[in-house]
Design a protein around this ligand. Structure first.
Ligand SMILES: *Cc1c(COP(=O)(O)O)cnc(C)c1O
Length: 390
């Protein structure tokens, strides 16, 4: 294999590209996490994250992957044997469901086809049928990263409300936060789960929970064991600007820098619009190629990534490997049920028009090299859309 020159294209749907200035912000001496400067850093990142979650409620930051933040949402609010309602939207929903089972929860896991988001009517029907209110929580993945399908959280909230059911509402926003519009308070979410390495443009290593007053209250009677994940010592220490254990100090420097970019310089609404625009341009390319977008409901198209289904008999992983070897670009693999059938283009985080043009060019050259039947012209379709929609 030749030694590649030029930049690697990291177009998986997370971890995403980290801007150089965020990398520079991390390049700092280790600091005293009990010293006076640290308290200001804590306050800056917590208030910035409240703006990103669109909440006035508590936010906690763990030195952890997103998976840790998933577990935290559960162990802080629920008790062994509690029933929870979850939906098989794809690989990540399946993984979160697995954690719930391992912790001893009884999961009602509603089957899905991996091509649609959570159906709000199904949520309402399930909750209406639960007359005794045995279901303690409804858990939904906002942007299903394995399929490129975004569930409609505001509509699911309405469905919960019209059923009159008191269940907690928990949402995984690991691949939507700071990429796709999200409103923790307005949409009445009780626990929102986030991670650092996708829309927030940071390296992996931070996990987040945004926590409603109702979730905190539920925590008082929750009996699943929790120590490291327990919200109470975290919230108590954060109030003074500190953490109950050593935080990931250099990642917090990085977070302060990315929050400055997202909130002060770019503006969240512009960031969301940029993601939608790149996603639409990508879909135009896919359609012009004559390939199939995995997501079947246009109201649920993802702004973060596009999953593409190859024709029967074609191997998506072989295509990805060829593109990596020839063009030095990483694309997302098909996960779980759709492995080998699907590849994913990540267009989230620190990304612009020419990066998209390069990404789509790499895919088109890969399709030619892999001798996969397709129509040329995808790149032009995408570029025309970008030019007409500045
Ligand atoms: C990436 C991702 C996760 C897992 O996060 P880790 O940091 O790998 O633990 C969970 N849910 C969704 C929707 C994701 O995209």
């Amino acid at each position: 294999m030749p030694i590649p020159a030029g930049r690697h294209f990291l177009q998986i749907p997370g971890p995403s590209n980290v801007p150089d200035r965020v990398l520079r912000a991390m390049d700092m001496p280790t600091m005293d996490h009990r010293g006076p400067e640290f308290a200001q850093l804590t306050r800056d990142v917590l208030s910035g994250m409240q703006q990103v979650f669109k909440t006035a409620a508590d936010v906690v930051i763990y030195p952890a992957s997103g998976t840790g933040a998933w577990e935290s949402a559960l162990v802080n609010t629920l008790s062994p044997g509690d029933r929870v309602l979850m939906f098989e939207t794809g690989h990540f929903a399946t993984l979160w469901q697995g954690i719930a089972r391992e912790l001893g929860l009884q999961v009602d896991f509603v089957e899905g086809d991996w091509r649609h988001g959570v159906d709000p009517d199904a949520v309402e029907a399930k909750l209406r049928a639960d007359k005794n209110h045995a279901i303690k929580a409804v858990m939904v993945v906002h942007n299903e990263t394995s399929t490129g399908v975004t569930s409609r959280i505001a509509e699911i909230r309405k469905a919960i409300d019209s059923s009159g059911h008191p269940a907690l509402f928990m949402v995984d926003t690991i691949s939507s936060l700071a990429s796709i519009d999200y409103r923790h308070d307005e949409w009445g979410v009780d626990v929102t789960v986030g991670g650092s390495q996708k829309g927030l443009m940071l390296p992996p290593g931070l996990g987040f929970n945004a926590i409603s007053a109702k979730a905190l209250e539920a925590g008082k009677s929750a009996r699943l064991p929790s120590s490291y994940w327990n919200w109470q010592p975290m919230i108590k220490a954060n109030a003074t600007g500190y953490f109950p254990y050593t935080p990931a100090t250099n990642l917090l420097y990085a977070l302060r820098e990315s929050l400055k970019m997202l909130l002060d310089e770019q503006g969240l609404d512009n960031v969301f619009a940029r993601h939608q625009r790149h996603a639409e341009a990508t879909r135009r390319a896919v359609r012009a190629w004559g390939l199939e977008i995995l997501c079947q409901n246009p109201a649920e198209y993802s702004g973060s990534l596009t999953a593409i289904l190859l024709p029967e008999g074609q191997d998506a992983d072989q295509l990805r490997q060829l593109i990596l070897e020839r063009y030095n670009m990483s694309l997302g693999t098909g996960l779980g049920k759709v492995q080998g059938r699907v590849f994913r283009i990540g267009h989230l985080g620190d990304f612009n028009d020419l990066m998209l043009a390069g990404t789509l060019s790499g895919v088109e050259m890969g399709l030619i090299a892999a001798q996969i039947p397709f129509n040329k012209g995808g790149i032009n379709a995408a570029l025309d859309y970008l030019a007409d929609n500045l």
